[in-house]
Design a protein around this ligand. Structure first.
Ligand code: GLC
Length: 433
């Protein structure tokens, strides 16, 4: 990862920061979607688009709707929303030649995509747009609802590999946090995988091996008649899905549909999170061994997004989040891994650095539970990060210096939301509050 000493930028006021954020998003617009960053990420990534839509929802609703529409346009016939859509002619590895989506009968014929999915945040993003625009967003909600519902049905039908109501990820890329140390053990134990080295584009060979094996199975849940070599129940993925189910329960009547299946699904996910992933904190479960992956990472706070989480669990999570293992340890929240863990590395993606999307989600989670001081502190510290170091991909949690690429879309977009009057701290009406 590109690292460098602390930058100091001239002081910028809120209006100038918002203008800078918008110009990054304009420069990264491909005409149909916003690429995460020029050069490094020149296509559309699904959960990045959900964050971009959230960030633009208040000030640029048409563009926010277009962004989500773009992400949902890649949806496969079985409901799967792919983690990437290839939008430009720019080379990227692994590209369409690796995924071969267009050879698959369920994939869109005219739009090459990956064959993996991404954290299911899209319904929450659609809800965010609707919440801010009400009647003016009704047409959009009606249009998006069937795709959002089909996406959730896909997860329930094909990814509930543990049979409890949680969705399993079958590749670290599906978590959006592929370098998280939480995946080290399942990756080290991959049955039959080649020895690991740094593959093309710096990806580990295991990532590419897993992706091509899944492709060769026809991207089917049965997976060539065997178990998935990597199958993990992730608390962040499922915490987001739960929040997205709550959001869909509110959007359903707007689209003339029934809320109940979404509310029931949310309740089932909550029960399963508590029964299967809680052990003093939320941890991912490796379905191959049946064991919890007991390492505290930022992913463990995903269930805090759920308004229905029991109060004692909320208190436990907030205690850990505020402790010297996470926010209390570093000046620039939120470290992506417990700073006391052996695996913590302040410089490596998802193994230590702070990310704006995680800060935004945790701010939102605190607002959902009325934890205003924590939410306000997180929002203020996040803005301090971007003021000092710009819209970087992630940040050193100790000195706030920027890491990874520049002009990163979700950092810019979510800054707009944090700057907006009330922003994420304005919980809004309804159960999703
Ligand atoms: C990196 C991040 C992932 C993101 C992608 C595009 O791979 O880990 O979360 O979606 O870049 O920004």
């Amino acid at each position: 990862m590109d690292t460098e000493p602390m930058e100091s930028r001239p002081a910028v006021d809120d209006d100038a920061l918002a203008r800078e954020a918008l110009s990054v998003l304009d420069a990264n617009w491909t005409g149909r979607a916003t690429m995460p960053a020029p050069g490094l990420y020149p296509h559309q990534w699904s959960w990045d688009s959900a964050f971009v839509a959230i960030g633009l929802a208040r000030s640029h609703p048409s563009r926010a709707m277009a962004e989500l529409r773009g992400a949902l346009a890649g949806q496969w016939r079985d409901g799967m929303v792919p983690h990437m859509i290839f939008r430009t002619a720019e080379a990227y590895f692994p590209g369409p030649a690796v995924w071969r989506s267009q050879d698959h009968e369920d994939a869109p014929a005219d739009l090459p995509t990956s064959g993996l999915t991404a954290p299911p945040l899209h319904a929450l993003a659609a809800w965010w747009i609707w919440r801010h625009h009400g009647d003016r967003a009704v047409g959009f909600v009606r249009e998006a609802y069937p795709r959002l519902a089909a996406h959730h049905d896909y997860l329930a039908a094909t990814r509930d590999l543990g049979g409890s109501g949680l969705a399993a990820i079958v590749h670290p890329w599906e978590s959006g946090m592929e370098d998280s140390p939480a995946w080290d053990r399942p990756l080290a134990a991959l049955p039959g995988a080649p020895p690991n080295g740094a593959g093309p584009a710096g990806y580990t060979d295991h990532f590419v091996w897993l992706a091509t094996r899944y492709r060769d199975s026809g991207y089917r849940p049965e997976y060539l008649g065997q178990e998935h070599p990597f199958a993990v129940e992730d608390p962040m993925f499922n915490g987001m899905w739960l929040a997205a189910c709550e959001a869909l329960a509110e959007l359903a009547p707007v689209a003339g549909a029934d809320s109940r299946p979404h509310a029931e699904r949310a309740a089932r996910i909550r029960r399963a999170l508590l029964d299967r992933l809680w052990d003093g904190g939320f941890h991912a479960r490796d379905l191959r061994t049946g064991r919890l992956l007991r390492l505290a990472t930022v992913g463990g706070f995903g269930p805090l997004l759920d308004p229905g989480m029991p109060g004692d669990r909320v208190e436990d999570m907030v205690r850990t989040l505020s402790s010297a293992r996470f926010m209390g340890a570093s000046g620039y929240p939120v470290p992506s891994c417990d700073v006391r863990a052996e695996q913590f590395d302040r410089a490596r993606y998802w193994r230590g650095p702070s990310w704006i999307n995680m800060n935004w989600l945790l701010c939102r989670a605190c607002a959902v539970h009325g934890l205003w001081d924590l939410a306000e502190g997180l929002a203020a510290d996040t803005l301090r990060l971007v003021r000092q170091a710009g819209f970087r991909e992630c940040y050193d949690p100790f000195d706030g210096s920027g890491r990874g690429c520049r002009d990163f879309s979700w950092s810019a977009a979510l800054t707009l939301d944090l700057l907006a009057d009330g922003g994420v701290l304005d919980g809004g009406a309804g159960r999703c509050r």
